[in-house]
Ligand binder design. Structure first.
Ligand code: COA
Length: 333
């Protein structure tokens, strides 16, 4: 599929983020579970993560959305579509996207939430791109907002050291310039779904395990970390290789690799696999931990703030996680 056959491109015109102030440090986690700063840093690269402390998922998403719209210089009423990716919506209905549609005064916008876990931002960007290229939307807001602290079990050392809260947002607009999203590649491996599980509505028997008793920690994230790690070793390069080849590019043509921040070792694996200058692989997992779908737009917002993003540069962004899902997009600024 040649994604460049259409004359319309989805160009990024605004990026924003919101990070809660409260920092949960490794030393604080040492007081909660049997872990150590040394283990966490060595095995994950994480030093601290932010915790929402009472802020709702929609509130973080709204702040990120407002920042992205301000960056774009676009009023909410000009939006045609609002896509929110989250695994931690405040309510099953209304969707977070509908709350934002109201708060942003986006009176002409359709709104929908999308759950592709940590791949949510790349999946939502793919949907945004499809609407724009089909001529169904001119301006699309993608918001990735996650309050993982709400589904984290702070007695489980294998997961509680990993996750944090935050939100990031991007505004895409239809453009005739050959820039913006150049290609996308999305996949899922549902057969591995149980390796990263968080319950929603309990059903009996549980559709995945067949269990008839619903445990009290049903809503908490449970992860078979090494299984997911093994999956990323093939899924991440597969998504990057395919997105690059669909864009007619090679790794050497890319200015920035912006990957889901799940583990520093995964970022290093990609750096080695493509023989990259480590400076080209953006890292903020040390300060924010794993914020699921928010992690890629958070990186983009931080890179923009630091003046690292320049017109004409090309980025490959790759997301992977619950579902299991994975995917990558190539974007020219
Ligand atoms: N502190 C200290 N020890 C810990 C620990 C912690 N916080 N968490 C786990 N351990 C222990 C385990 O109990 C195990 O001990 P044992 O050998 O005595 O049984 C040992 O460390 C190794 O555990 P393991 O799970 O094999 O560690 P790992 O090296 O695989 O690292 C992850 C765990 C979760 C960091 C890693 O598997 C990972 O990053 N997986 C991928 C995550 C991902 O990509 N997610 C996708 C999106 S969410």
């Amino acid at each position: 599929m040649d994604r460049r056959s259409s004359k319309i491109f989805s160009k990024i015109i605004g990026i924003g983020s919101y990070m809660p102030e409260f920092r949960l440090t490794n030393s604080r986690l040492e007081e909660l579970v049997d872990t150590s700063d040394e283990w966490i840093v060595k095995r994950t690269g994480i030093r601290e993560r932010r915790i929402a402390m009472g802020k709702a998922t929609w509130e973080m998403g709204l702040a990120a959305a407002q920042a992205a719209l301000a960056d774009a210089g676009l009023p909410g009423e000009d939006l045609d579509l609002i896509l929110v990716s989250t695994v931690t919506p405040d309510s099953l209905t209304p969707a977070v996207s509908c709350v934002l549609q109201d708060k942003l005064g986006a009176s002409h916008a359709a709104a929908l939430d999308l759950n592709a876990a940590c791949s949510g931002f790349v999946y939502a960007s793919d949907v945004a791109d499809s609407y724009i290229r089909a001529g169904k939307a001119k301006h699309v807001l993608v918001v990735s907002t996650e309050r993982l602290s709400g589904i984290t079990d702070y007695t489980d050392r294998s997961t509680c050291v990993l996750f944090g809260d935050g939100a990031g947002a991007v505004v895409y607009t239809a453009s005739e310039e050959p820039c913006g999203i150049l290609s996308t590649y999305m996949r899922a491996e549902g057969s591995l779904g149980q390796s990263l599980f968080a319950g929603a509505l309990p059903s009996e028997p549980d559709p995945l395990t067949g269990d008839r008793t619903i445990p009290s920690n049903y809503r908490f994230l449970k992860m078979a970390g090494s299984d997911v790690f093994r999956f990323t070793a093939t899924a991440v390069p597969e998504s990057i290789d395919n997105a690059l080849s669909r864009a007619g590019l090679e790794a050497g043509d890319i200015d920035w690799f912006v990957l889901h921040q799940a583990n520093l070792r995964i970022l290093k694996m990609v750096t080695d696999r493509y023989g990259l200058d480590p400076e080209k692989v953006y890292v903020n997992i040390d300060r924010f931990g794993n914020t699921s779908s928010a992690s890629i737009p958070l990186c983009l917002a931080e890179m923009k703030e630091k003046g690292l993003l320049k017109p004409g540069q090309t980025i490959v962004a790759s997301g992977f996680g619950g579902g299991l899902t994975y995917g990558a997009i190539v974007i020219k600024l």
